[in-house]
Design a protein around this ligand. Structure first.
Ligand code: ADP
Ligand code: MG
Length: 705
């Protein structure tokens, strides 16, 4: 058969999945909404994890956090209605141990099924509960006594859920697509020499292994994500992301920007500040100045620990734009954060006669019209706001500098959307675009930065302003919780405020919200008459903001919260933080949370509550938290500690949403990815193109919508 240049296979991969019996247009629509259209999209919808139903674990041997299949009999059933309906079912087995199943939603028929003595087989992840281990919403089957249910022969893949499509249908669709997997020759994009050097399988082999693990596959490796098949996929995925970011950088740098050089206004701001810049702030501002002076756009990320003083550096940079008669915009991910910036900037800039405008979702009606007019005619020299800045109808007269705070909440594409505002819409070849400054409080080690931020130059503010009293951190066992109530009372009696952070290792917002609600009610009673507030992810944005504002304004003494408070919120009067289940959080997240206190002049403390027994890793994490406050040290340690199964931390760093790669686990692949990426860009750009479109094509399409 004559070979065509691109091979017919390329088309095959990107062809829509053929119509499958029983799959109608509405299913297809739901799949498409999640980027599942072509055969290739289905091949790459990879299992999120595996369930091991090849054996039954005696209840006595269950371990918290380790998923298992068990079989036993219902011993007791309890239906409660304390805050919302709840069903608890105790199941025991021959190992003479009991585990509690807990359901927050259930139907009457389910309750009826669980009669005492009924035989059940179930699968789930136990966690410590009020009376021993419990499993929230296990998948289960009630069996008749005579039923003989065979054990699974291989691991069951669990796919990321797609709304409106049952797991069985999804599995069927993926199987259907896999049956149409072509041979290596038309599928493989990674040079064979490299694959052999690393002893990695071909893409075809790798896909078949992860979707349909063979009976003799290394189960532990698959569950940990360290199987060669997964590493093979991770390598290609990381490469795709790297290439996509590099390409973006190359194309952005082809644009032009107006050089900004004049310093007097920035100098005046610097002199008017009530403090001296730290050495790190000066150095980073100098790096920014060098970039701004060039006729090509700056693309710079400033990493700086919580409280390192990024905002003022951004304000200084903005002054160069203003000095040149042009505009700067500062965008933050939440209204509360944006408002904090607004207050700071007004305080600093208004004495210099620089006009600062405010644009957020809640600015409506006439006020909005006025702001939009000021943005459009240039009267607004610095514009602070939320996503609202990127909306239609917002037109800048002359945006020269786009600043984005807390980058990981936005992602690359939103950043570009703000840039496009400055270029007056779609960016063509010769477009003049604004300089871009991105700020993040989640430091990441250099190796990671080179991949995660391959499209940016990176600066670090690695020094805190002087005079901060370090947060005193202690780790306390859960049993000492009652002492804390007294401690909160004392702090609040002295006019201070406190946070109580509820966390659970659980994918479900609902379960966490429930736990927070319970804690909130208990503490409200125990601490009366102190004023206690609650925020969690299930509340309406408006309610959340209202409560946060009340806390900020000192109308609440204690704020019970889930990790929604993680980013950026500044309440200097809060000096005590208690983090429940601290042993389950990654270092990065603990550090972010702790950064909420120690912002004022009072000595602050952070209590890490844990449940015994601590795993070795958890112990090391808590110890690290006690020993250091340096975000960069913590980031390095985080990377070093994060072992298999410790996925939570990575998921929380908010870096790109990978299908299979894990920047913590797959760090050793990164230098290779960088090397190979540069080589491909130089020698085979069209191959690079195919790798990118295979893995991130859908994401890009989605973001530009
Ligand atoms: P972050 O980097 O977390 O965004 P901010 O920019 O909010 O930090 O700064 C935290 C606090 O420190 C602010 O109140 C800010 O005014 C103050 N600050 C910034 N730089 C300095 C400095 N060099 N000396 C003293 N205080 C500073
Ligand atoms: Mg900040």
């Amino acid at each position: 058969m004559p070979s065509r240049k691109d091979g017919p296979s390329v088309d095959l991969h990107t062809q829509p999945l053929p119509r499958m019996p029983g799959v109608g247009p509405s299913v297809a629509e739901k799949l498409a909404a999640r980027g599942l259209v072509s055969l290739q999209d289905f091949w790459l919808h990879l299992p999120r994890q595996y369930e091991d139903r090849t054996q039954i674990t005696p209840i006595r041997l269950l371990q918290a956090g380790v998923a298992a299949q068990i079989e036993g009999r219902v011993e007791a059933v309890d239906r409660g209605f304390r805050y919302r309906p709840m069903l608890r079912v105790a199941v025991g087995d021959d190992s003479r141990a009991t585990v509690v199943l807990r359901f927050f939603h259930f139907r009457a028929a389910q309750v009826a099924q669980f009669r005492a003595g009924a035989r059940v087989r179930l699968y789930g992840t136990p966690k410590p509960g009020q009376n021993g281990l419990e499993i929230v919403h296990p998948s289960y089957r009630v069996l008749e006594d005579e039923d003989e249910i065979a054990l699974g022969e291989q691991l069951d893949p669990v796919y990321p859920a797609i709304e409106g499509i049952g797991p069985a249908t999804l599995r069927r669709l993926i199987g259907f697509a896999l049956d149409r997997l072509p041979d290596d020759a038309s599928l493989e994009l990674i040079p064979s020499e490299l694959r052999e050097r690393l002893r990695l399988p071909t893409l075809r082999e790798a896909l078949l292994t992860v979707h349909r693990p063979p009976v003799d596959a290394d189960v532990a490796a698959l569950i940990d994500g360290r199987h060669p098949a997964q590493r093979r996929l991770a390598l290609e995925e990381l490469l795709a992301h790297h290439l996509s970011l590099r390409r973006q950088r190359i194309s952005q740098q082809a644009h032009k920007a107006r050089p900004l050089k004049q310093m007097p206004l920035a100098e005046r701001l610097r002199k008017s500040l009530p403090f001296k810049l730290t050495g790190a702030q000066k150095r980073v501002f100098d790096e920014i100045r060098v970039d701004l002076a060039k006729p090509s756009p700056m693309l710079r990320l400033v990493q700086g620990d919580v409280g390192s003083g990024k905002t003022v550096v951004a304000a200084l940079a903005a002054m160069l734009a203003v000095q040149h008669g042009r505009q700067a915009a500062l965008m933050a991910p939440t209204e509360l954060l944006a408002e904090q910036h607004l207050n700071n900037l007004r305080k600093w800039l208004e004495p210099l006669d620089v006009r600062v405008a405010w644009l957020a979702g809640k600015v409506t009606g006439r006020a909005r019209k006025t702001v939009l007019a000021q943005v459009a005619n240039g009267e607004a020299q610095v514009v602070v706001g939320t996503h609202a800045l990127m909306q239609e109808g917002v037109a800048f007269r002359d945006l020269a500098l786009a600043i984005v705070d807390e980058q990981h909440r936005f992602g690359v594409h939103q950043r570009l959307a703000l840039r496009d505002k400055g270029a007056g819409g779609a960016v063509g070849e010769d477009a003049i675009v604004p300089h871009q400054l991105v700020m993040t409080a989640t430091p990441i080690p250099r190796t990671l930065a080179m991949t995660a931020y391959a499209d940016l130059d990176v600066s670090a503010i690695d020094e805190l302003p002087p005079g901060r009293t370090p947060v005193q951190t202690v780790a306390l066992s859960e049993e000492r919780r009652p002492e804390l109530v007294q401690r909160i009372r004392t702090a609040c009696a002295e006019g201070r405020q406190a946070y109580w952070v509820c966390t659970l290792i659980d994918d479900s917002d609902e379960v966490i919200a429930q736990a927070a609600q319970t804690t909130f009610e208990e503490l409200s009673v125990q601490l009366a008459p102190l004023r206690v507030g609650l925020v969690h992810g299930r509340m309406k944005a408006k309610e959340k903001q209202e409560t946060m504002r009340a806390f900020k304004d000192g109308e609440l003494d204690l704020l019970v919260a889930t990790t929604v408070i993680e980013v950026g919120v500044d309440v200097p009067n809060a000096s005590l933080m208690i983090i429940e289940n601290a042993e389950r959080l990654g270092l990065a997240q603990l550090h972010q949370l702790r950064g909420r206190v120690g912002r004022g002049s009072a000595a602050s403390s952070c209590v890490l509550l844990y449940r015994s027994p601590l795993s070795g890793l958890a112990r090391q994490r808590l110890e690290t938290m006690r020993q250091t406050h340096d975000g960069f040290v913590i980031a390095e340690k985080d990377l070093e500690l994060r072992g298999p199964g410790e996925l939570l931390g990575t998921r929380q760093t908010g870096l790109a949403g990978f299908r299979v790669a894990d920047l913590g686990r797959d760090t050793d692949l990164l230098p290779l990815v960088q090397e190979l990426g540069e080589r491909l860009l130089k020698t085979s750009p069209e191959l690079a193109e195919r790798i990118v479109s295979r893995w991130v094509g859908g994401a890009v399409r989605y973001a530009s919508a």
